[in-house]
Unconditional design. Structure first.
Length: 152
């Protein structure tokens, strides 16, 4: 949102109820899928969001549009919002996984890579990666541990 959050937007429900001008991400992007899932859970119809069909190809473009006053709100990461002098409210926590064949994990190359992930001091990048949580980086799980319905 714009600095000082002039529309007093604190949730997706506020985007609809305050008729805030929104800029969306392209269909098929992870951000758009997340936004649509949240709308569904909140029982908010896309047509209730002014600008739902207005598309931004990047989070940087979204931030520029907000900073220029062309829209009131959009989705981007904390560091992009900060770089553009915008307000930021976390919407969700995403978890990323790197998939690997179990045989690969037994190789020296994979063991070195995992050692690096586990031992690297990620906190030194806190400024550039605001909003990211590196707890658990380098942990290895079976697919069935994370997604029980998927099998091994």
């Amino acid at each position: 949102m714009a600095p000082n959050n002039p529309k007093k937007i604190y949730s997706i429900l506020d985007i609809a109820s305050r008729k805030a001008r929104f800029i969306n991400r392209r269909e098929g992007t992870g951000t758009r899928i997340l936004f649509d899932q949240i709308l569904d859970v909140l029982a908010v119809k896309p047509e209730e969001i002014e600008g739902y069909n207005d598309i931004s190809d990047t989070q940087f473009f979204t931030a520029v549009q907000i900073a220029a006053g062309k829209v009131d709100v959009g989705l981007c990461t904390a560091n992009v919002a900060k770089e553009n002098g915008l307000e930021f409210i976390p919407l969700a926590k995403e978890v990323y996984y790197l998939a690997a064949d179990p045989k690969f994990l037994e190789t020296q190359k994979a063991k070195k890579f995992l050692q690096f992930l586990r031992s690297y001091d990620w906190s030194e990048h806190k400024e550039q990666l605001e909003g990211y949580d590196f707890n658990g980086t380098g942990e290895v799980f079976k697919v069935s541990d994370v997604f029980p319905s998927e099998g091994n």
